[in-house]
Design a protein around this ligand. Structure first.
Ligand SMILES: NC(=O)c1ccc[n+]([C@@H]2O[C@H](COP(=O)([O-])OP(=O)(O)OC[C@H]3O[C@@H](n4cnc5c(N)ncnc54)[C@H](O)[C@@H]3O)[C@@H](O)[C@H]2O)c1
Length: 514
């Protein structure tokens, strides 16, 4: 085989993705040939790349010599046959199986027998695209993300008949561009779109269940959850609005159907209804939020008020691993600890369940529900060391007492959210589902644990990889959150993957491969 640096690269389809892919390879020193069925489109793509790179030259971020060398490597061509000498042809045309299949058969007849033929499809089966080819071993998926030069991860997708040599060559070629290759099997959603299902789907489930409203779920996910000192940059609904529900809801439906109605991916009726209503997100000015001149119209958070205040003399803290830290917090926030064996009649009862709802946590322990509230202790909650605390009340909790608890837990300047009863509050549920989906991807051997974490960090921008998230919280803790939700709801979407159960029992990292 030719040395990789000498590979001539062809791009078919020079729209949003094709032109980004062409830019990446041209900047890495490859000769590029660009073809598009629409007359003038390949030339327009070259002009668009020249404009983008020209702006970088003006800003002093790119040397003029490098700009000129890159542009000299990019040649628009007028016919598919002009791709004859290419060593790698990357297809980025319309997302239609029949059209792509026809193109690959044609490419086979044009290119040399060694050429690699790859598709940038995001949702079609690579195996199905390759099925019509006489040599499917040299056909693979090569899934880039938009915008290509900035999204520094590429999925190399192995179809059922893709050879190891083809996948290895794509990995080596990708490394030359500076992007990170991850290898995944040809399965619905591949790796990143599959792994991204937990975050939005569980958030929609929380809102559909009435646990919290949209802005509260977003605030909790942005401000309560912290890994390695940072959190999720966007709440799940902000993200859905940015992507557009007309894009993300069909992806959810497609992955659910392709996995034969796997309950983990069950889409939300709430989302379907909003798509039908045209509430698609930022691009139409209204989605889960409203947008004015492209900017989100912030929804002000209600403040914990003193009106109708019920009060409590002390706070009685439930037994458990965090009892000491919670008692310290109560004192630091200016209240008093009730250290009697059973709560006094005028005490607030503070519960700290992991994966249980407040109702189960108080009734199991025979505690008075009307005086009980629960605090989420899975994420940082110490005085002056967290941005947001999340409280949860039972349906029987005195609302005035819950409001007073909310005031107390905001007394150090942190924000406090009060949500309705839920096995796993808000963040425990969403994070546990993100980890659960990643464990199932690992269990199915779709990708290696290290590639799952790398791909999700780079492709979805999560603060750390989902398997590392699970390790930080403890595999056994995440499994108990899921088991608690399963027990409370009976919904099999919450069953933990065998990958997680076994590693939790054995005390192994979720990144441990076997
Ligand atoms: N846009 C994204 O965010 C994104 C991300 C990852 C993957 N993808 C995938 O990449 C592919 C391209 O997406 P896009 O967003 O760049 O689309 P696009 O509509 O911007 O561009 C597609 C281009 O392909 C050309 N074309 C269509 N049929 C052709 C044919 N038979 N032969 C030659 N040219 C043809 C069109 O003229 C157009 O210029 C799709 O398979 C899509 O699913 C898109």
């Amino acid at each position: 085989m030719k040395p990789f640096e000498a590979f001539v690269v062809g791009v078919v389809g020079t729209g949003a993705m094709g032109r980004g892919i062409a830019q990446l390879f041209a900047q890495s020193g490859h000769a590029l040939r660009l073809y598009d069925a629409a007359p003038g489109a390949a030339q327009a793509a070259c002009t668009a790349v020249a404009d983008t790179l020209g702006r970088q030259v003006e800003k002093g971020k790119l040397a003029r010599g490098a700009f000129e060398a890159t542009m000299a490597r990019m040649s628009p061509v007028g016919a598919l046959g002009d791709l004859a000498g290419c060593d790698l042809v990357i297809e980025a045309i319309v997302e239609n199986l029949d059209v792509k299949k026809r193109l690959f058969v044609e490419l086979e007849s044009i290119t040399g027998p060694e050429a690699l033929l790859v598709t940038n499809t995001s949702s079609l089966s690579v195996t199905a695209i390759a099925a019509a080819c006489s040599n499917p071993a040299r056909v693979a998926g090569y899934h880039f993300f938009n915008p290509v030069p900035l999204m520094k991860v590429v999925e190399v997708i192995r179809g059922a008949r893709t050879s190891a040599a083809t996948a290895d060559a794509l990995v080596a070629l990708t490394r030359r561009t500076g992007h990170a290759p991850v290898v995944a099997q040809d399965t619905p959603g591949f790796l990143i779109n599959h792994a991204g299902r937990g975050y939005g789907t569980e958030a929609l489930k929380l809102v559909a269940e009435g646990v919290a409203d949209v802005p509260t779920v977003d605030r909790v996910m942005r401000e309560q959850v912290v890994f390695n000192g940072s959190g999720f940059r966007l709440g799940p609904f902000e993200l859905l609005d940015l992507t557009g529900l007309d894009v993300s809801h069909p992806v959810m439906e497609s992955i659910y159907r392709q996995f034969y109605e796997e309950p983990r991916f069950r889409p939300s009726a709430l989302a379907a209804q909003r798509v039908a209503g045209g509430l698609l997100g930022r691009k139409v000015g209204e989605g889960f939020y409203r947008y004015e001149n492209g900017a989100l119209v912030a929804v002000p958070e209600d403040e914990p008020t003193a009106a109708g205040a019920a009060s409590f003399a002390r706070v009685w803290v439930t037994a458990g691993p965090n009892q000491g830290a919670l008692r310290e917090l109560v004192v630091a926030l200016g209240s008093t600890v009730d250290d009697a064996l059973r709560p006094r009649a005028d005490s607030l009862v503070l519960l700290a369940p992991i994966g249980l709802d407040a109702t189960a946590a108080c009734t199991d322990a025979g505690l008075p529900a009307e005086r009980s509230v629960a605090l989420d202790t899975l994420f940082p909650f110490a005085a002056k060391a967290c941005r947001r605390r999340v409280l949860m009340a039972t349906p029987a909790t005195d609302p005035a007492l819950a409001a007073a608890a909310r005031r107390l837990f905001a007394a150090d300047g942190a924000r406090a959210s009060l949500v309705r009863d839920s096995a796993g509050f808000v963040a425990q549920r969403v994070v546990a589902m993100v980890v659960a989906v990643a464990c199932e991807i690992a269990q199915q051997r779709i990708a290696s644990p290290a590639d799952i974490d790398l791909a999700v960090r780079l492709g979805l921008g999560y603060p750390t990889g989902p398997l590392s998230m699970g390790d930080t919280l403890g595999a056994a803790t995440v499994a108990s959150v899921l088991e608690g939700m399963y027990a409370c709801t009976g919904d099999p979407r919450y069953r933990p993957s065998p990958w997680m159960r076994r590693r939790a029992r054995l005390g192994l990292s979720l990144l441990h491969a076997d």
